[in-house]
Design a protein around this ligand. Sequence first.
Ligand code: ARG
Length: 467
Amino acid sequence: MSESSKQATWGGRFSKGPAELMLRFSESVSFDQRLALFDIQCSEAHSAMLAEVGLLTVAEKDAIHRGLTEIRSEVEAGSFTWDERFEDVHMNIEQTLTERVPEAAKLHTARSRNDQVATDMRLFFKAACGELETSLKATLNALIDQAEKNQTVYIPGYTHLQRAQPVSVAHHLLAYIEMLGRDLDRVAAVKDQANWCPLGSGAIAGTTLPINREISAKLLGFVDADGNPRVTRNSMDAVSDRDVHMDFVYACSLIGIHLSRLAEDFILWCSSEFGFVDLPQTFCTGSSLMPQKKNPDAMELVRGKSGRIVGDLQSLLTMVKGLPLTYNRDLQEDKPPVFDALDQTLICLQVAEGVVSGLTMMTDKCASAVADPALLATDVVDYLVEKGVPFRNAHHVIGALVALAEEQGVALNALSLADVQSVDCHFEADWVDCFNVEVALAAREQTGMPGPKQVASQINYWKKRCQ
Ligand code: ARG
């Protein structure tokens, strides 16, 4: 037998080892070594369960645990030697362990790499969701701080990228806070989905050996709120299911998309055309040619990377679609998109947090943009509605006033009382009071509206939630 076939754990039925090209093609240890600590945890629980049911002696289990502890320290120290001839993280650890601890030849009893990798990934997802939650909260807190600071800075809100109605910067930022808040819920739901233990499903059809799946599940923390083990109900599904992968990357994609929209707003806002915000220099770059430039590269990269994360989701969806049950080696390709989605989402969240904490609202520019009286045209409609004019007619009347102001070359609120009364007799001298932004916002105090009290109470809600 060739060197490589002797080393492969599955070499028994082969007389030839894999070609060097095949080794390079099929290895996954270069990326799945990231699962090493979860794999060790999984092996500790599995061997403890095997000892519990009598498939290992306590001495054998202890020897295996000592070996695993040693490998864990080496992995943590970065001194463990990974060898692509052993294909993946599972075989690398098992082979090295068995070389050092002969008892480890029993470790793979009643286990397949198929249920092993499914379990490792679920442990990974639970931890990864925890990391996302921490980063989401940090970004949320940066947004909450800015919202709090900018409750009385008003800007035009936009629809169709046309100035629509005045809002406070706080209300605008609270929209993003809502999005990231939903992301928190989504990540929690993914964490719950991940919380089922596939270990014991074997390669496809379980095992004839008297294992106890509940023991392993409990040892690995796959338990419900009452501490009862949560084990998967169908061995074929358990080894081929990649739903959590897709749920997870979908959650990352939505975080990416939310951050991308935020980034786009900031990119617009920091242009000379808007000038609403000054982004922190530490997250901007200059031009190698044009000395005056200060470019919002961080925000552009956040926008760009969201496309990459959506691409990761697309890779997974396409990979799983049409796969026959159960495990197929295609599924090994599930890890790079998952790891990439997590890494990119985390760094985008951190960068967004940095940009948001360091930004300054340019209050003069905001004030001059929001001073456009046309932004309150709708409030003038409401003024007439309160006087009993049907909404459709009132809308028409104000439309006519906008046209008249345009014709006269004056601002909407500069039309004379006589002029506006000539269009509709319900107007009185107080009609110009409609053009005060503070008054307009103070009139919007129902839940979800941009009134200052409402905004302050939303800020308080989020402060409590994101502690
Ligand atoms: N490295 C493999 C993966 O990630 C582990 C499972 C291998 N199973 C197999 N039957 N070859 O998918």
